[in-house]
Design a protein. Sequence first.
Length: 68
Amino acid sequence: MLVIKDDEMRELLIENGWSQRKLAREIGVDAAYVHRIFGHKRNPGSIFVSRVLARFPDAKFEDLFRVS
């Protein structure tokens, strides 16, 4: 199961002045989906992961996500 690393993901958003809603807009997914991922009610899918990494090219997969 794939999950986000909360602290690292939040830090990335803060560093870029982004909210969860802005992240959703920028990667083309529903804001509720992003909120559920951050709340660990949903697991990030491949589209979410690939679009986050494309939007933040300096970020590494292993810094933002973990397999549990």
